[in-house]
Design a protein around this ligand. Structure first.
Ligand code: N01
Length: 559
């Protein structure tokens, strides 16, 4: 393990000039910095938090853990790194992933170009100079011809705006902004609002600590057991022996960028007994591998029903009180069309004496009160309320920055009826502004590190090409963008996904346009499309040459 190296970068001097400004120091921003620095670009990363880590810096709630296996949820860009790092569990917990990110930051000496505690408030494109000016919340300015948003898809935590929020005297917590000093729930009467992945992970450990835990559920969710285990030398060795080839397989041959045990059969191609046996086998092995028991679970409603029925039966078997089990059964969406949850003892927790479940589907939370909250005229008192209410996904972190492109066009305005991008990488009207894992790319439907690496590599190669070709601006052609948006939508509607009121659809945010945001075509196919676009002279992008020598100044190669 490397020692923490450099102190974080100094604060930006006013109107600091860079070649490329990167926003966000999570997995995406750090790798982007690494690539661009190697190419000789003057680059810095601006990060709102007090340290690197992105989502894994903020989501420190009890039980926070990745549901992609750690041997796969890690960078692949450096063979030595992937050989030397040792994961302690099949599914790594948040502290270990954060240690890993810090290790990477130190090992590649990235910190000296990461400016911490610096929230970017606005980004404006100036047509005359073809430069972006970023302004920090503190008023400092950074000027660069290129700007890369590595702001994450699940980073704008969302607290519902219940009346009375300010009146409540207890502790308000959000899973996505967990206090760094931790929270001791011992002896406390606690509420958790929400039953998504964050809630499903945090409910068991909170219940184990609190005097009493009340879960407020609006929509029951499907969850499969993680069956986490301590890493074995054999399993680790199996991956490391063949790491490069396995990573390549995940990148090129899978939809989700993760190697699972895939099936070439549809659920209805086998008889009921064989189907059940297959679900049972996967249930016992644990993890999202369950979703791959048959190849049509996410495209055929009847196939999906067989898997959903299996999980509902498991819930009935696990939860002792039949009425409570019934209340926990998901019925309103096909299995997996809201992200499948992966848990440790979630359903079992509802057998504890100190856990209650309140259904707020028909009677929503009316208000917070001084002592707690009110539902259906009944007052509940709590020492702490944990909001596991999710994120303004995919667009929220971008919308939080006042981004203005050509002619002062606001990104929020351009995306008012849903995000419009070409390949999820750029948006028309916003030249030289890239988004890593932006809407319209596989991003949240994939092992996100695979998608991050692909985008970072594509953007780095693109910037290198632009520099060599003397190109001043790059921007999608309107027709290419329209076609891509239509394609993203069309592919999504070949699946069951749009049937759920999910955050993929923007449905969790009141007033947000409902459109399926990520690209569901799969990381392998998507990678090929991106590569072909680049190989064909960045087909679908408008590349404008620099007038005279200006370009050489604005895209200097650091010596
Ligand atoms: O958020 P969510 P999350 N009143 O939006 C409820 C990733 N992740 O933080 O379904 C009452 O899924 C809401 O109810 P409903 C993963 O991709 C990964 O849990 O909208 N309830 C829902 O139950 C995941 O999908 C990992 O009716 C309200 C919950 O709050 C994504 O992050 C771990 C409400 C929000 O669920 C987001 O997960 C954690 C209101 N006003 C997260 N508003 C792993 O890798 C919202 N809810 C394991």
């Amino acid at each position: 393990m490397t020692q923490p190296s450099e102190a974080p970068a100094r604060r930006p001097a006013d109107a600091e000039q860079l070649d490329v400004a990167i926003v966000g120091a999570g997995f995406a921003g750090l790798y982007m910095l690494h690539r661009l620095r190697k190419l000789g670009f003057r680059t810095r990363v601006f990060e709102a938090a007090s340290d690197v880590g992105g989502t894994w810096f903020w989501n420190r709630y009890p039980g926070a853990r990745c549901d992609v296996e750690s041997m796969q949820y890690s960078y692949s860009f450096d063979e030595e790194l992937q050989q030397e790092w040792r994961w302690s569990e099949r599914f790594a917990a948040q502290p270990e992933i954060l240690r890993y990110i810090n290790h990477v930051a130190d090992r590649f000496d990235l910190r000296r170009d990461v400016v911490l505690d610096t929230r970017i408030a606005s980004a404006r494109f100036d047509e005359a100079t073809a430069c972006w000016t970023l302004q920090t919340q503190g008023g400092e300015r950074i000027v660069a011809p290129f700007c890369i948003m590595a702001t994450g898809c699940l980073s704008a935590a969302r607290l519902p705006d219940f009346p009375g929020m300010a009146d409540y005297r207890g502790k308000i917590l959000h899973t996505g902004q967990w206090p760094h000093e931790g929270v001791a729930f011992d002896g406390l009467n606690v509420a958790v609002v929400g039953t998504g992945s964050s809630a499903i992970q945090s409910i068991p450990p909170i219940a184990a600590q609190a005097r009493h835990l009340t879960v407020f559920q609006r929509t029951p969710n499907f969850s499969v057991p993680a069956r986490n285990w301590a890493m074995t030398p054999e399993y680790e060795e199996r991956w490391k022996r063949d790491y490069a080839a396995l990573r390549q397989r995940a990148r090129a041959e899978t939809r989700s960028g993760t190697i699972y045990e895939f099936s070439d059969k549809g659920a209805l191609q086998v008889d009921a007994q064989a189907r059940k046996a297959e679900y049972e086998r996967r249930w016992q092995k644990g993890g999202a591998n369950f979703m791959h028991a048959f190849n049509d679970i996410l495209v055929d409603r009847q196939a999906n029903d067989t898997a959903a029925d299996f999980v509902r039966d498991k819930i009935r078997e696990t939860v002792a009180d039949p009425e409570r089990a019934e209340a926990l059964l998901p019925h309103d969406h096909p299995l997996g069309t809201k992200r499948i949850c992966v848990d440790t003892d979630y359903y079992e927790t509802f057998n504890r004496d100190n856990v209650s479940l309140v259904d707020i589907r028909a009677t929503p939370i009316e208000t917070l009160t001084e002592a707690g909250l009110r539902v259906g005229g009944r007052d509940y008192a709590f020492d702490a309320i944990v909001f596991a209410t999710g994120f303004d996904a995919m667009t929220g972190a971008l919308a939080a920055i006042d981004i203005r492109g050509r002619d002062g066009l606001a990104l929020k305005q351009a995306w008012a009826s849903g995000p419009r991008t070409y390949l999820g990488l750029m948006s028309e009207g916003f030249p030289n502004l890239f988004t890593i894992t932006g809407p319209g790319s596989p991003s949240v439907l994939s092992n996100v590190i695979v998608s991050i690496e692909q985008h970072v590599d594509w953007i780095a190669d693109c910037l290198d090409h632009l520099r060599q070709a003397g190109i001043r601006t790059i921007e999608p052609e309107p027709e290419a963008q329209e076609e891509w948006v239509a394609h993203v939508n069309e592919v999504a509607h070949r699946t069951l996904y749009p049937q759920a009121n999910s955050w993929y659809m923007g449905a969790n945010i009141p007033g947000k346009t409902r459109v399926f945001m990520p690209y569901i075509g799969g990381v392998g196919a998507y990678r090929q499309i991106c590569e072909q676009v680049a190989a064909n002279g960045y087909r679908g992008f408008r590349l404008m040459p620099a007038p005279g020598a200006d370009r050489l100044e604005s895209l200097s190669v650091a010596s």
